[in-house]
Design a protein around this ligand. Structure first.
Ligand SMILES: *[C@@H]1O[C@H](CO)[C@@H](O)[C@H](O)[C@H]1NC(C)=O
Ligand SMILES: *[C@@H]1O[C@H](CO)[C@@H](O)[C@H](O)[C@H]1NC(C)=O
Ligand SMILES: *[C@@H]1O[C@H](CO)[C@@H](O)[C@H](O)[C@H]1NC(C)=O
Ligand SMILES: *[C@@H]1O[C@H](CO)[C@@H](O)[C@H](O)[C@H]1NC(C)=O
Ligand SMILES: *[C@@H]1O[C@H](CO)[C@@H](O)[C@H](O)[C@H]1NC(C)=O
Ligand SMILES: *[C@@H]1O[C@H](CO)[C@@H](O)[C@H](O)[C@H]1NC(C)=O
Ligand SMILES: *[C@@H]1O[C@H](CO)[C@@H](O)[C@H](O)[C@H]1NC(C)=O
Ligand SMILES: *[C@@H]1O[C@H](CO)[C@@H](O)[C@H](O)[C@H]1NC(C)=O
Length: 519
């Protein structure tokens, strides 16, 4: 086991020249795809069978791409694992992989399909972009031959990467990104460093990463802060986890906290709690989709600002701890109790009254809440909670969370467990915390897993407040903070060790499905 430093470095940085005049706004599309999965197998299928399945999925994506283009979308994002799913070993994924060249090679696969060997999927994607004159993002698998004298080269002689590709309107490959933060994916390798991938278009500068990457500093935060992207394109296969990490809830909060557009395409797979796609602007979600009832895919379209920072609606800069550190804490409650959200131990205190001012602390984090309910429902209990520390079983991510949430039942032991319905409306809530980090994501989740666009605001002193009258019934109001510099970075340095680690982890996780967050 060795430790390698998690330095930020520019692995890939594609800069395209602009040919077309700039646009102030553009139409974006995302497609939530109900992926056709392969049959369970322990032995690899043939390359032809792999291609057959990928083409079946592409047939569905093709109609979404055509619909998007007919409605004048400039770009469409399709989900992670959308061509073949997620349940593989290194061996069984292999027939699905193609060698994806560096975009600097200037390649239009649709016009020159044989230049880099057998690449039928890349050719088809490029033709879909070209024929429909639309930017297309897809997630496919890359294989890169390596030299057996390289000690990290896997036994089969290939690095295998979970990869996003983007084709422009002419079908040219303009960007390629290898996922860095794998989540239980023994079939893939971790690239040497987080890649910082951007591409410029007449409708703004784009950055991209994949699924679990969104929880970490690199490449996600660096793309926004140092590369000044306007829009992030984000394919994912996200398993919803209440109360804090449901796709629509966290992704909309990330767009707001980071001040960028975020285009999210999720897989649709109800049995694994995968649903929730959206187009999120910094000030508000534009459109989102959450569907646990049907097995159908769904296209979403919305007009968004090409340069959200220039918009008059662009949110003000926030000091997340200004209010909470300035006020005299409300009397700390005597009846604080411990409870768990997943594996994390929170300090909770109950909202006994119809209205009140409460403080609950854990170590250095104190969370303050002022609230007034329309009516105190007899069968509903809400608590205010604080958590600061390394999260979950893996204890790698440092979280700071202030949350007001509805308990599953009136038994306090159920506080923090998933609950999807509520009756209690609030005409006042104001949540703040003494955060040590500047990365805080404001979440509001309503009855039946809905967002609350336009009905809450973040003030520049860090308070998350109700806005525009009485709220709909509330499941949670949270300030979800990530303190990246306190993350624990010691991970195994060798790719093969990593693969083993992920394999073991994945086995563990399959056993305790409860703890799976996302693929
Ligand atoms: C899975 O197996 C069934 C039965 O053999 C077959 O009809 C079907 O086409 C297979 N599906 C895939 C994706 O290969
Ligand atoms: C693109 O258009 C060409 C010619 O019009 C056609 O032959 C080809 O099948 C189309 N490909 C795709 C993927 O739409
Ligand atoms: C592998 O590395 C060795 C030593 O660096 C070199 O001599 C050989 O040509 C390389 N082989 C390939 C296929 O790149
Ligand atoms: C899906 O979510 C529900 C409630 O949020 C949970 O009880 C269930 O275990 C989840 N299913 C999986 C497969 O994670
Ligand atoms: C909008 O922002 C972009 C880059 O973020 C900048 O180049 C451009 O000049 C701005 N346009 C206006 C009208 O302010
Ligand atoms: C935020 O506000 C607090 C309290 O007023 C102050 O101590 C701190 O320096 C501010 N932080 C930033 C980054 O301005
Ligand atoms: C909560 O505090 C505010 C001022 O900080 C005060 O106006 C209000 O009366 C308090 N509410 C309760 C129920 O104590
Ligand atoms: C949780 O709250 C109790 C009561 O206020 C306090 O004694 C304890 O220190 C808190 N736990 C942590 C880990 O801060």
């Amino acid at each position: 086991m060795s430790t390698f430093s998690f330095q930020t470095s520019v692995a890939v940085f594609t800069l395209m020249t602009l040919h077309v005049s700039a646009l102030d706004t553009f139409i974006a599309a995302v497609y939530e795809h109900a992926v056709i999965l392969p049959n369970k197998t322990e032995t690899p299928v043939s390359q032809d069978d792999a291609l057959l399945l990928m083409n079946k999925n592409l047939d569905i994506l093709e109609s979404a791409i055509k619909q998007a283009a007919e409605q004048d979308a400039q770009i469409i994002v399709t989900p992670e694992d959308a061509l073949y799913g997620w349940k593989f070993t290194r061996e069984t994924i292999f027939p699905y992989l193609e060698d994806i060249p560096d975009p600097q090679t200037t390649w239009i696969p649709c016009e020159d399909p044989h230049r880099f060997g057998h690449t039928p999927i890349q050719a088809r994607l490029s033709c879909l972009a070209k024929n429909n004159s639309i930017y297309v993002l897809a997630n496919i698998g890359d294989k890169k031959p390596c030299n057996s004298s390289d000690s990290t080269c896997p036994a089969n002689g290939y690095y295998q990467y979970n990869t996003n590709v983007v084709y422009n309107k002419k079908g040219k490959l303009v960007a390629r990104y290898h996922k860095y933060h794998l989540y239980s994916e023994p079939q893939f390798d971790v690239p040497e460093k987080p890649e910082l991938v951007t591409f410029d278009t007449p409708f703004g500068r784009f950055g991209m990463f994949t699924c679990f990457d969104i929880l970490f500093h690199d490449p996600a935060v660096t793309l926004v802060e140092d590369f000044h992207v306007d829009t992030i394109v984000f394919p994912t296969a996200w398993m919803n986890v209440l109360p804090l990490l449901t796709a629509i809830e966290f992704h909309s909060a990330w767009a707001m906290g980071m001040g960028v557009n975020l285009l999210v395409a999720n897989i649709h797979h109800v049995h694994l709690n995968m649903t929730g796609s959206g187009i999120y602007a910094p000030h508000s979600p534009k459109v989102y989709h959450y569907d646990m009832k049907t097995g159908l895919g769904k296209i979403l379209l919305s007009e968004v600002d090409s340069h959200p920072r220039n918009s008059s609606a662009y949110p003000i800069a926030v000091n997340w701890s200004a209010y909470a550190t300035a006020i005299k804490p409300f009397p700390v409650q005597k009846n604080t109790f411990r409870g768990f959200i997943s594996k994390d131990m929170f300090n909770f205190t109950e909202l006994f009254e119809k209205s009140g001012n409460l403080t609950v602390c854990q170590k250095d984090l104190c969370c303050h809440l002022s609230y007034r309910m329309l009516k105190k429902e007899e069968n509903e209990v809400y608590v205010l909670g604080a958590f600061t520390g390394l999260h979950g079983r893996r204890r790698r991510e440092y979280w700071q969370v202030c949350t007001m949430l509805k308990c599953k039942t009136t038994n306090l032991i159920t506080c923090g467990q998933p609950v999807e319905t509520a009756l209690t409306r609030f005409d006042v809530f104001s949540l703040s915390g003494t955060f040590g980090t500047e990365y805080v994501f404001p979440e509001v989740l309503l009855n039946r897993i809905q967002l609350s666009p336009g009905k809450f605001a973040v003030l520049n002193d860090g308070r998350l407040v109700n806005k525009n009258g009485l709220s709909e019934p509330i499941l949670t109001v949270s300030l979800f903070g990530r303190w990246y510099t306190k993350d624990s970075h010691s991970i195994s340095g060798s790719t093969s060790n990593l693969a083993t680690t992920y394999l073991l982890m994945s086995t563990l996780l399959m056993i305790t499905l409860q703890n799976i967050m996302m693929v």
